[in-house]
Design a protein around this ligand. Sequence first.
Ligand code: C5P
Length: 409
Amino acid sequence: MNELAGKRFVLGLSGGIACYKAAELCRALLKEGASVQVVMTEAAEHFITPVTMQALSNRPVYGSQWDAREPNNMPHINLSREADAIVVAPASADFMAKLIHGRADDLLSLMCLARPIDAVPLIVAPAMNREMWANPATQRNVAQLRADDVHVLDVGQGDQACGETGDGRMLEADEILDDLIAFFAPKRLAGQHVLVTAGPTYEAIDPVRGITNLSSGKMGFAIARAAREAGAVVTLVAGPVSQPTPRGVTRINVKSARDMQAAVQRCVDDATVLVATAAVADWRPATQADQKIKKDGSGETPELRFIENPDILAMVAQSPRARAGALYCVGFAAESHDLLAHASAKRARKGVPLLVGNIGPATFGHDDNALLLVDAQGATELPRASKRELAIQLIAEIARRLPAAGTPQ
Ligand code: C5P
């Protein structure tokens, strides 16, 4: 899904061992449809060669402000005027210190200073030793950069090239890519707190067995990611699935429906939107054996009795905040047929303003889906697309339906 199609990046490399990750980042940006113009400091060229970066970006690399290839001899002006963003990755401690002082003694710092500040955002991915990162001077510089509207990405945590362990590693290329995609997403949910339930639940029979379903959690995780990209604070309550946590999302892992209910109850008072995508088991075994139920050779089979699980969505939808319009509830319905009729009936039964229908067997575990949105105004179809694309569209649809900020509720 070329998520950065047509975007023009200047990728600046300052000196640091994390330069090797800039090579991967360059490839990843091109794969998403962006173009990349690489600018390197002299220090960066000690870590990775311009040849590598030229081959990956398919463009000559710039390193000097005296580069005569530009007809007007002003690469710092020409390169920054063409860019949608300048991304400095890695941004060394020294380079960040230069930025806050407006120093301009090499092409990269000169270009950052000369960029049209309102039109060309500057995004930096710091990379350094943990002591350098923790040093008050660096932390002061980070705060000053943020105050100057520079977008400073987080740092990673873990083993460092110097042999120490701690904060200060540069994020991995795929993490920076996700952050750049998020950076350009319209902030439709700024100021909102979105609570998402996702995945199946697991209802134990005994310590080693249980019942669950085939929900992969992909749709809910994609919605959590899209909500975060749209500027919301996002909490994701996830049943047992193996999906990676979207960047910037707080994840709470649960197993059973009752765990999920307890987690939702703990978080829901802060939420302004609930999107319930979880395939919660309707029933759980009435009793749970403390020990494994053994086959005793008699040929007798154990009797399983079930009791109904709490309906988390219906419960939340009945809460005073939801009824007053302070919490917008979105339900999902996985049906096998008659989608519109079943989704409309479920919307009324659950008491939610928006119900999203999909065909169960066509979605569980798949990477794509098709959605039918049913609200008080009628039905809207979101035709078959990847769950990623549908999640972005659904977030836009939800944002459109939220009470305008400042409207009395
Ligand atoms: O009743 P049904 O399971 O078809 O409803 C589906 C919708 O209700 C989904 O949004 C699901 O996450 C939510 N649900 C729930 N708690 C349950 C059952 C369903 O939150 N016990």
